[in-house]
Design a binder for this molecule. Sequence first.
Ligand code: HEM
Length: 461
Amino acid sequence: MSLPNIVSIPVLKQRYQWIAEPLSFLEQAVKLHPNIFTAQIFGAKQPIIFVNHPQAIQEIYSNDRKIFTAPGNPDGVLKPLIGEYSLMLLDGEPHKRQRQLIMPQFHGERMQLYGEIISNITDRVFSDIPQNKAFTARDITSDISLSIMLQVVFGLHEGERYQQIKHGIIGMMDLFRSPLAFSLLLFPFLQKDLGAWSPWGNFLRRREMLDKLLYAEISERRSQLNDPNRVDILSLLMSARDPEGNSMTDKELRDEMMTLLVAGYETTATAMAWGLYWLHHKPILRSKLLEELDSLGENPDPVTIFKQKYLTAVCNETLRIYPVAMTTFERQVEEPVELLGHKLKPESYIWGCIYLLHHREDLYPDSKEFKPERFLERQFSPYEFMPFGGGVRRCVGYALALFEMKLVLAHVVSRYNLELLDDKPEKPQRRGVTIAPARGVRMKMNGIRVPQKSAVPVISK
Ligand code: HEM
């Protein structure tokens, strides 16, 4: 039993490339070893097996409570940010129970309510952009995404604490934006508090300030527990009891809220910025989308917008080409098993490589081309298209993320005339744990759009 297809690039170079140029590292490795390879991005002692073959992905992700498990990573890189009680770090039964609590909140009737929140926030943010002025789409979608998370997840509304928490989170996430700063999370030996001016010291002080605000909110909300108008996730988690009748502690609530904010805010904001980019980089696609949206008449309800086929295809293609998360979280081999003809030993670590899966030419011909039509022409299985991962750790916020992405893109494209400022294509670049447009998508606001009246949608597939 051995590690399959070890990438022969020197270990230090692999580490550097994974941080600074992760996509070209993956493309280099897959050229040498299609389907499966072992990389040493965390050093030779902790090799990671990258898998991008749909059959292997299916074997792993339909079996990740037994032969392959999805271990919580108690010493994971995000622990200083999200805390030890985070869903991402929990394992086994506690992980399962916590997911069962959270998942239903992103489905069903609540979505109608969330739809209204999303439309109102999008309108507020876009109507503040001055005419003929340049702006960066990534900043705007960040603002929208964070405001949505604060209202839907935290149940916070405009006010002093809302603004303070919002700025606290932006400040903290910005600290890890550059690849160099991201390495602070990767290498514990860099995590030294050398005063407020040192990078780690700065992070610790910002975290302390933000925690004070979060705990103040949690404490205030405990006194309003019986308010029937509250539909946010914090209120729900506060009322939940475990089988022994215990409720979550303040620290547990804080960690879960931070997890949802960190996991949901940057990712969705990045996906929406990419969506705006592609729709304006390829105006023909925008026209097709507008025909579909205009055929719905004035003010269609959020669920109708969500179901539109071309809009869905545009969002799927956006999440395919640069999938925001390049890989899933790790899966661990529990017993000797064969995968794609390679014998794997227990305690090997596997990452499903979403980026490479989404660029398999056998599934997505001309994979570097943005073509929403591929999602109208064929249905992809969950092991061929997996922007939200799969199995027992599949993204808990996927329904909210897709809802948000579709409503915001539909709203913006049908109500505003926007223009890209750069002719050059946007390049993907690491931003924390996501892959984001390097220049942030520079745009200009050209004013309000007048919808065309069209009775029949052109997209019929
Ligand atoms: C476009 C936006 C998003 C993308 C691309 C995305 C992607 C992912 C991926 C790939 C995973 C790992 C799945 C695996 O290992 O199989 C994940 C996990 C997770 N996501 Fe998302 N996500 C997005 C939005 C959100 C939102 C809006 C939330 C919360 C409101 C969220 C919360 C989480 C959480 C808590 C986990 C960990 C689940 C667990 O450990 O059980 N994500 N996400």
